[in-house]
Design a protein around this ligand. Structure first.
Ligand code: CMP
Length: 138
């Protein structure tokens, strides 16, 4: 079990002015920020990041959306980080997300769901490495 996960605050949440609210919830959830960046993905970069979903019917919509505005990318640290962060953000579909989760509060739909959270330790490492080099982690 690793103690790190990777997250993005997605374009919908950034546009809605919720970066601060979401970071506050991440902080209150006991996660330490290891690395963080504010950036605007190109369509090609979004396609590369979500390559594992390339065969899915929503891949075009997903990568279009993720390159529609700036995002915040971050590596977070806490014991049991991957599972605990998924609990904090709630179900992928905000309609099914628990009360008090980030997606319940700030997400509108399964496509525009405010935040990303890694689904495994292996993917957390791959996704963190996509955005950050060793000199950008503290
Ligand atoms: P995320 O955790 O970033 O990883 C893959 C993303 O695909 C997921 O969040 C959703 O935003 C998106 N996604 C999953 N299922 C669907 C769907 N049926 N329609 C549109 N987007 C989806």
């Amino acid at each position: 079990m690793s103690n790190r996960t990777f997250t993005m605050i997605k374009p919908d949440a950034v546009k809605a002015g919720n970066i601060g609210n979401i970071l506050q919830m991440i902080n209150a959830g006991g996660f330490r920020i290891v690395a963080m960046k504010y950036l605007f993905l190109t369509k090609q970069q979004a396609e590369k990041f979500y390559e594992v979903h390339a065969a899915r019917p929503f891949y075009g919509e997903l990568t279009e959306f993720m390159s529609s505005g700036p995002i915040v990318a971050a590596i977070l640290e806490k014991g049991n980080a991957v599972a605990d962060f998924r609990t904090l953000i709630g179900a992928t579909n905000p309609a099914q997300a628990e009360e008090g989760t980030i997606r319940k509060k700030y997400a509108a739909s399964i496509g525009e769901n405010a935040v990303h959270g890694s689904d495994s330790d292996e993917n957390a490492a791959i996704e963190g490495n996509f955005f950050f080099n060793g000199l950008e982690r503290f």
